[in-house]
Design a protein around this ligand. Structure first.
Ligand SMILES: NC(=O)c1ccc[n+]([C@@H]2O[C@H](COP(=O)([O-])OP(=O)(O)OC[C@H]3O[C@@H](n4cnc5c(N)ncnc54)[C@H](OP(=O)(O)O)[C@@H]3O)[C@@H](O)[C@H]2O)c1
Length: 305
């Protein structure tokens, strides 16, 4: 595991410049973003990224863009890089492109998007549109969304990898009912990444998929880390247990640390439309990670709620 320096003072200063103050406890020790290694390349990736489903599906008005710019800049200022999007998320790719066109730096970002259609020609058109909308000449990760026409799109993705237009390939799903199919396609197509749902409330990926990804040397992105926000309802009104304060300052950090402490997980992509939640989520990318005994305690505690 590698680590890059996270300058907390810079982050707070950036937050203040953007008109926000961190309203959650940031870790006071060990202010470094944890990175994990992409098995296929050895490149390191910061463990906290940003999902864009719904939260980036907005009009490109000044006000909406300014808020997303703040969220993305808080991510990158703290050493994060990965933005996950899809043509299925309506205006999200365009919003990312509009941010880049109007000053958000492209260079630190690891742009992950998806192809979600049937047929080779439609896939090519959709992937080209993602390049155009996001105003980028290279996409870091192109994933087949929900295993839709995998074989066809993986051929195109491989060709574009050879042409250096796409850096990594991936397959995604978000539902436990599709884990068997995702595992089978991971074995057949050997993508660089899979993306799958995993959280304290949805632990099915532990059974086969995560060990399989480790064995095959496939990087893992985790979606739905809060079950689209439902996990917060489960703990509403409950204080964080005392024993969790060594590694988490909030429920959000508790949920995310459970995920990133799994050895197969490379990066988690919580979605947010709030700068304060982005800062909170980034706090999970620093400090100590729960060990197996602590993970067991977290599981038992969550099950008892
Ligand atoms: N098939 C696929 O490939 C697939 C499927 C599902 C998801 N995904 C990807 O995974 C990403 C994440 O999944 P998701 O968007 O379904 O849901 P999620 O990340 O599990 O949850 C997002 C919800 O949590 C809230 N939230 C975020 N941080 C918080 C914090 N610190 N404290 C309290 N609330 C917080 C957000 O509200 P606020 O806006 O108020 O912060 C939002 O309502 C997606 O955006 C997408 O990029 C991919």
């Amino acid at each position: 595991m590698n680590e890059d320096y996270w300058n907390r003072r810079d982050l707070i200063a950036a937050g203040l410049a953007l008109g926000i103050t961190p309203n959650v406890a940031l870790p006071t020790e060990n202010t470094q973003m944890i990175n994990k290694t992409i098995p296929g390349s050895g490149e390191s990736l910061p463990v906290i990224g940003l999902g864009t489903y719904e939260v980036f599906d907005v009009e490109s008005s000044q006000e909406e863009l300014d808020l997303r710019r703040s969220i993305v800049e808080i991510l990158t200022t703290s050493g994060g890089t990965l933005l996950d999007t899809s043509p299925m998320y309506n205006r999200a790719e365009k919003v990312i492109g509009d941010l880049i066109e109007s000053g958000t730096a492209r260079e630190p970002l690891f742009l992950a998007t998806k192809v979600w259609t049937n047929g080779r020609d439609a896939g090519i058109r959709q992937m080209q549109r993602s390049f155009d909308l996001m105003q980028t000449e290279r996409i870091d990760l192109m994933q087949v969304h929900n295993l839709r026409d995998t074989a066809v799109h993986m051929d195109t993705i491989r060709e574009w990898q050879d042409a250096d237009r796409i850096r990594y390939s991936g397959l995604t799903h978000y539902a436990a009912g599709a884990h068997i199919d995702l595992g089978r396609e991971m074995q057949s197509f050997k993508p660089d990444f899979i993306q799958v749902n995993y959280s304290l409330g949805e632990r099915e990926a532990e059974d086969r998929l995560l060990p399989m990804a480790q064995e095959l040397g496939v990087a893992v992105l985790i979606n739905r880390p809060f079950q689209a926000g439902r996990l917060f309802s489960a703990v509403a009104g409950k204080p964080l247990p005392d024993w969790a304060h060594d590694f988490a300052a909030s429920w959000g950090q508790f949920f995310l640390k459970f995920i990133i402490s799994h050895p197969a997980v490379t990066c988690v992509i919580p979605a947010t439309s709030k700068t304060s939640h982005m800062i909170d989520n980034l706090g999970a990318g620093t400090g100590i990670l729960p060990d197996p005994a602590m993970r067991k305690r977290m599981i038992d505690y969550f099950a008892s709620l």
